[in-house]
Write a protein of this length. Structure first.
Length: 461
């Protein structure tokens, strides 16, 4: 069957793929088996509303469905720049022709966007378990920024294109070509439609190159396409998309299974929800369907990243090297932008993001009263657990009494509103379940009413 993996779209345009039969190869000798992706990796940097969780370094998360993400390395950096501004934004991960990876990123630390920089950060990686050959490459000699790189293989040139945001009197996309991500050709304008643009992401599918970008004049995301991928050959083919108050950083990913695509958009401001997502059965069509936030959970505090398909072996290798989180988050089923957190020792659900962001992180441990159950220990207040008191949920210090242990123990069952989610029945008042009411947590009997059952349903992520 024909391969339809996003790595392939990053590697080649029409005609570059061989049939996925035994021994088939890609341009550059990559075997078809190397790109039979079954999972995804997300590269990003981090920001939070009050900047306490900001991290201008490379972070990774993994997913098996491309929708719900688990941060690696406890959401700590896996690579940090050692030159330039000593910080990065907008990391982009590309699988190269030989099956290895290269990471490109904006050389910028913090939120001061008046600083101009002519360079990009670059790392090589065989498998994203280690990062070598760190360097910066100079993209131009202009007194302007070099933001949000994307890269893709151009078969007609036998080179990679690196496209990025810059300004030559107006915000445009520039391009340099390279064979080794060490030396690059002279920069040239790649896309200048007559209005300012920002944040290109470009993929090739079949014989067509697709570019999604932000129109800074109206704040919307648009799709454009080209039959060659050459500079100044793109024409818009979609209307504008936006969710929330502002959006940028469109991110395209082809599903590992089937022929569908997803489009992600960063909400731009760290005080809003970090990402929105759309789906389409055909990237060449103009219709995108907005996904319910219930359907996906971005990495914690992630900003402006990139997604790349990986194999099951690569997924296992990343998990083995970096480790999955030692904590969980509980996402509300009927308010999917809200997560269980403690605030002033009260259990509640609040819209993410918020600070301290650690208030939503829980160690889900064997139940204090019965190991078959679960208890929720606060990550930022170790020794304190969610427990009920007069049916209200509080965060209290474990005094190791039998009453406390029972109050802090819940039986995890299939979600009352959705069996693929979870609900939590009180251990010592077993006719009551953990639920939210007016955004505050308590335990209540749950009847057949749809709203009550939804209030008592959570995703453990």
């Amino acid at each position: 069957m024909p391969l339809s993996r996003r790595d392939f779209t990053r590697l080649a345009a029409a005609g570059a793929l061989a049939t996925a039969s035994s021994g088939a190869t890609l341009l550059g000798g990559q075997s078809a088996a190397q790109a039979a992706n079954s999972a995804y990796v997300f590269g990003y940097f981090k920001e939070t509303p009050n900047q306490s969780g900001d991290s201008y370094a490379l972070h990774l998360a993994v997913s098996q469905d491309g929708l719900n993400w688990l941060p690696l390395n406890q959401n700590n950096p896996v690579a940090t720049p050692t030159a330039g501004t000593l910080g990065l934004r907008d990391p982009f991960i590309l699988r190269k022709q030989d099956g290895t990876f290269v990471v490109l990123a904006t050389d910028l630390r913090g939120r001061i966007f008046t600083e101009n920089n002519q360079y990009l950060h670059v790392w090589d990686s065989a498998d994203l378990r280690s990062f070598t050959g760190y360097r910066r490459i100079r993209m131009h000699g202009l007194n302007t920024h070099t933001w949000a790189p994307t890269a893709f293989w151009v078969p007609t040139r036998n080179q990679y294109a690196i496209v990025y945001s810059a300004n030559n009197g107006q915000d445009v996309f520039m391009v340099n070509y390279t064979s080794d991500f060490r030396t690059v050709t002279t920069n040239q304008v790649y896309f200048s439609p007559g209005y300012p643009v920002l944040d290109a992401d470009i993929v090739a599918d079949g014989s067509t190159f697709y570019m999604y970008y932000k129109n800074m004049a109206d704040g919307l995301l648009y799709g454009a396409r080209s039959t060659s991928g050459n500079p100044n050959t793109y024409s818009n083919y979609t209307g504008g998309l936006r969710q929330g108050n502002a959006i940028e950083a469109p991110l395209l990913i082809k599903n590992n299974t089937g022929s569908g695509w997803r489009l992600w958009g960063d909400s731009f401001s760290p005080v809003n929800n970090d990402y929105y997502a759309w789906s389409s059965s055909n990237i060449g069509g103009s219709a995108w369907t907005l996904l319910n936030q219930r359907d996906y959970t971005p990495p914690l505090n992630a900003k402006h990243g990139s997604i790349t398909g990986i194999t099951s072996a690569e997924y296992d290798g990343l998990v083995s090297r970096w480790g999955l989180p030692a904590w969980v988050r509980l996402k509300s089923y009927n308010f999917p932008d809200r997560f269980v957190r403690h605030a002033d020792s009260i259990g509640r659900i609040d819209a993410y993001p918020f600070d301290p962001h650690q208030d939503q992180l829980w160690r889900m441990v064997p139940g204090l009263a019965a190991a078959s159950g679960v208890s929720f220990e606060s990550v930022n207040y170790p020794g304190r657990f969610l427990r009920h008191s007069n049916y209200a949920i509080r965060l209290d210090t474990n005094d190791n009494t039998a009453t406390f242990r029972a109050d802090a123990t819940f039986t995890r069952v299939a979600g009352l509103a959705d069996g693929s989610w979870s609900s939590f029945r009180s251990y010592n008042v077993p006719d009551r379940y953990l639920r939210h009411s007016g955004y505050v947590l308590r335990i209540d009997p749950i009847g057949t009413a749809a709203t009550d059952r939804q209030d008592a349903t959570f995703r453990v992520s």
